[in-house]
Write a protein that binds this ligand. Structure first.
Ligand code: UD1
Length: 338
């Protein structure tokens, strides 16, 4: 298969690129490098031993994207491109709605014009909102999102579900990621947040490297086994393999499917901190502070549908995630800026 990766230079996109090439597919990365570095490409070439095909274009730019579709024929598209910072989305809602919806609409218009009928969309467990019944199953109705970023994922799902109704020969997978962490085991590609990280694992790795002083644990009075928030952390390489399985599934099936990509197991903040300390033999100073507004106590997937439909399940352990995240951070203290 030849697959277009919109936003393919980013964290999940770059790991998915590697797994697609490993599985014998071809990929064309389209990215405007707004939140990614062109240094990732030489790393991808070193890992795969093949030249990267990269188009520097904004996925919302119809003329630029049309040129890409004109130049290559694609069997499928994986759509990662979009803004992803929850806090920033609250401050800049218009930018988030404009960018995250425009990219999807432009991509779908190009697909229709050039006869490409398969798309995998990078959605998120955030669309379930404040549901408190666990595990989260794809058939549950969203309890509403808590921020504009989440709503853009929700609306993009809606757009694609409606597109599937109107174009029954399209094949669509809406992949709801839980909490992707870790990095490729080479330690050469990984998550490279701008500024002070908001998410737990990048924060932990920067504390471990001494860039940040200590971790603030947001609340220890949740109704969980140790009082700290529980999440379904999934290794980014497992997640990437889920995308390969989804593309292969779409070759054989029409219509739209919503699919959770999680492990089905929840770990608390302190579980993650303790695993990280043990596996990497590093002490992580932390303090307990107030809950972070908008956080829920517990969130984990029912991953049964992914196994049934895609034959995919997560294989890597929490220890793998901690080891690989630290390898990336310690080898690249400044991310791709080194
Ligand atoms: C967040 C987003 C979600 C997004 C996901 C990307 C919210 C409400 N949700 O999920 O939409 O898809 O990131 O991975 O922002 N924690 C600390 N200290 C920290 C950072 C986090 O204790 O410095 C705790 C949080 O309270 C939570 C857990 O760690 O219990 C995970 O937090 P985080 O990595 O930010 O992910 P989510 O909030 O689950």
């Amino acid at each position: 298969m030849r697959i277009l990766l919109s936003g393919g230079a980013g964290f999940i996109g770059s790991h998915t690129y590697v797994e697609l090439i490993n599985a014998g597919h071809e990929a064309v990365i389209v990215d405007n490098l707004y939140n990614a570095s062109d240094r990732v490409f030489q790393r991808l070439e070193a890992i795969t031993g093949k030249p990267v095909v990269f188009c520097n274009a904004d996925v919302a730019d119809k003329a630029a994207l049309s040129e890409v579709f004109q130049k290559y024929s694609f069997d499928a598209v994986i759509h990662f491109a979009g803004y992803k910072a929850v806090g920033e989305s609250v401050v800049k809602p218009l930018e988030y709605y404009r960018n995250n919806l425009d990219t999807t609409l432009t991509l779908c218009e190009c697909m229709r014009e050039y006869g490409v009928k398969r798309i995998v969309f990078s959605s998120s467990a955030t669309v379930y909102g404040m549901i408190e019944t666990m595990p989260l199953v794809e058939t549950m109705t969203s309890a509403g999102c808590t921020n504009p970023y989440g709503w853009t994922k929700y609306m993009n799902e809606r757009i694609l579900l409606d597109a599937a109704q109107a174009m029954p020969d399209w094949s669509i997978a809406l992949l709801r990621y839980f909490n992707p962490i870790g990095a490729h085991e080479s330690g050469t590609i990984g998550e490279d947040p701008v500024g002070i990280p908001n998410n737990l694992m990048p924060y932990i790795t920067q504390v471990a490297s001494g860039k940040l002083d200590h971790l603030s644990v947001f609340g220890d009075d949740y109704n969980t086994h140790d009082g700290t928030g529980v999440r379904d952390y999934i290794h980014v390489v497992d997640l990437a393999k889920g995308h390969v399985a989804a593309c292969e599934y779409l070759m054989e099936h029409q219509g739209a499917e919503i699919i959770n990509l999680g492990t089905g197991v929840g770990y608390s903040v302190l579980d993650l901190v303790n695993a990280f300390q043990r596996v990497n033999n590093i002490e992580l100073p932390y303090v307990i502070v107030d809950r972070r507004p908008g956080d829920i106590a517990t969130c984990y997937a029912d991953p049964a549908k992914a196994k049934e439909l895609l034959g995919w399940q997560a294989e890597k352990t929490l220890d793998d995630m901690c080891r690989d995240a630290w390898r990336w951070q310690s080898q690249n203290p400044n991310g791709y800026r080194d």
